[in-house]
Design a protein around this ligand. Structure first.
Ligand SMILES: CSC[C@H]1O[C@H](OP(=O)(O)O)[C@H](O)[C@@H]1O
Length: 345
């Protein structure tokens, strides 16, 4: 008999299993009942996107406590914490969410502990939805009227039950009548742009044109792009930003073509403990993600592959970082520090 809890409801209703053989993006819902299941969903990128990874880890730990029932305790939850923390290394939101739940371990163990963890996981989820709405409005206000945007990767709203981060800006701009077109880079090798961004925007009749990643430079050279908007997985104290592989390339192109390069991310993606981008762990993934697409070989079997899932964009290439609590223009160490000082606690 499955454990009845809001956490399971969320996991059933919002996890996208990216099916590598068919488009559009999702084909079935994952059935997650414990921390190990949540960690698998994160590791396999059935759930992806920094905020969604944090939310899923929070619900996964809460589910583990519910599964333990009267036996739930900090000591017995420790292995589940480790499994979730080891699922993916780059997005800071995963560790930030686990820290928030760990802070709820103190107090009555057992069923009471399970209830506290479910409530905290739901707060993290609700906070993220509100953050994305606010962030979208603040970011859209930075755009020129009738803007054509270039996006890369992106969390789909369905994945988080919210508005996504860069997609939050797209939706707000569309709602305000300030959006002409979104050029969505396919985002090799996982094709998040093709399978999530293009799919989500078409669901909402927002104008989108899917392009190969290699077309970004031509679009900018032809003056067809007014701004580049991307998400983030971890933002260091000096503003260096880790995001999906290929983001750094776009930042260099945007600088060359004198285009705004905007990073959209909730405050939970800021990592003040990380000195700069050099310290950010870049996840390397299965070489077959590059060699194959679904069942189709895209390269000779056994061909050597380097498959980093993220890169780091130096702060000096970023025009602004938009979070739910404000816009950090020309981000550097001082600008981030000022942001933290201004941010409502
Ligand atoms: C706005 S979600 C943050 C970030 O997460 C994605 O990574 P992944 O698809 O590997 O989970 C991508 O880098 C997004 O920009």
């Amino acid at each position: 008999m499955p454990i009845e809890s809001p956490a399971i409801h969320w996991l059933d209703d919002h996890l996208l299993l990216l099916d590598q053989r068919r488009l559009p993006a999702h084909t079935e819902w994952l059935d997650v009942r414990d921390a190990a299941g949540a960690a698998d969903a994160i590791r396999q990128m059935a759930v992806r996107g920094a905020p969604a990874i944090g939310i899923t880890a929070a619900y996964g730990l809460a589910l583990e406590a519910l599964r333990l029932g009267p036996g739930a305790s900090a000591a017995r939850l420790a292995p589940a914490l480790d499994v979730l923390a080891a699922s993916r290394p780059t997005a800071v939101n995963l560790f930030w969410a686990l820290d928030r739940l760990r802070a709820r371990f103190d107090g009555e163990p057992g069923a009471a502990l399970g209830k506290r963890l479910v409530r905290e996981a739901e707060r993290i989820h609700q906070d993220d939805q509100a953050a994305n709405q606010r962030l979208g409005e603040l970011g859209a206000a930075l755009l020129p009227p009738n803007a054509s945007l270039y996006t890369h990767c992106n969390t789909g709203a369905l994945a988080t039950g919210g508005h996504g981060t860069a997609l939050g800006i797209v939706r707000s701009a569309w709602r305000n009548g300030h959006l002409k077109m979104v050029f969505a880079g396919e985002t090799r090798p996982w094709l998040q742009g093709a399978r999530l961004t293009a799919w989500e925007l078409m669901q909402e009749n927002i104008p989108v044109t899917l392009v190969a990643d290699s077309a970004a430079g031509l679009l900018m050279a032809r003056g067809q792009v007014d701004a580049v908007v991307v998400g983030a997985d971890r933002i260091a104290a000096n503003g260096d930003t880790a995001n999906k592989i290929g983001t750094y390339n776009l930042a260099v192109l945007a600088r060359h073509h004198r285009l705004p390069f905007i990073v959209a991310a909730p405050d939970s993606t800021l990592d003040p403990a990380m000195e700069n981008g050099a310290g950010i762990v870049i996840e390397e993934r299965d070489p077959d993600e590059v060699r194959r697409f679904g069942g189709t070989a895209m390269a000779p079997d056994g061909c050597p592959v380097y498959n980093p899932a993220f890169d780091v964009t130096p702060a000096e290439l970023i025009t602004a970082i938009v979070t739910e609590s404000g816009v950090i223009r020309s981000p550097d160490r001082q600008a981030l520090a000022d942001h933290f000082a201004r941010r409502p606690s």
